[in-house]
Design a binder for this molecule. Sequence first.
Ligand code: FE
Length: 201
Amino acid sequence: MIAIDNPPSVRLDRLRDFVVGMAQLIERENTEASFLRDGGKLLQELVAQDDWLPLEYTLASAERYRQYLLYADVHQRFSVVSFVWGPGQATPVHDHTVWGLIGQLRGQEVSQPYVLNDRRIPVPHGESITMLAGQVCAVSPTIGDLHSVRNASPDATSISIHVYGANIGAVQRNAYSDNGERKTFVSGYSNTSLPNLWGLG
Ligand code: FE
C-alpha cells in the first residue's frame, strides 16, 4: 500500500452531497428519464469543480484505463465511479445495460456512439462527441447504450465521473472486438480502498 498525502483542502463533502442527492432522487422518482435529467444536473454541479477527488482515485495505469469505485448504494440502485485514462488509452466498443451518466472532470474524452447492424455487428452511429471538463452526457438501453471512449489527449490524463443505475462493477455486459466479435465481461473495480465519505468535514 502506498501512502498518499491529500492536500487538506480536498472537498470530499462535494462527493458526499452528490451521493446524498442521488439517493434522495432515487427514493423520490422511479423513471429513467428523471434519473437522467435530475441526476445529470447533480452530476453537472459535481464536475463543475475539480477540487474534491482524492489523489488515490486520480492515478492512471500504464497498462489500461482504471475504474475506481467511489460509492455503491447499499441496495445497488446506483454506483459512482472515477474513470481514469492515461494518454492515448481507450475502451473497446461496449454497452452498460443500465442507465448511466458521464461527467467530465479533467481533460477531454471522445465518445463514439455505435448501433448493432442486422448481423449484430457494431457500426458507428452519428458524430463522435468530445467531452470537455464540466460537461455531462448519458447512455442507456433506451437512448443508446453502445459506445467506445478514448482519452482525447496524447500526453495528459483524463478523468470522468460515471454514475450508473446498478453496481456497475458487478454487471454482466458486452464488449466488441474490432472484427465485431462479442464478448461478455464484468468490469470489477481497480480499488485497493474506498474514500472515507462519511468521516470528513
Ligand atoms: Fe461506457
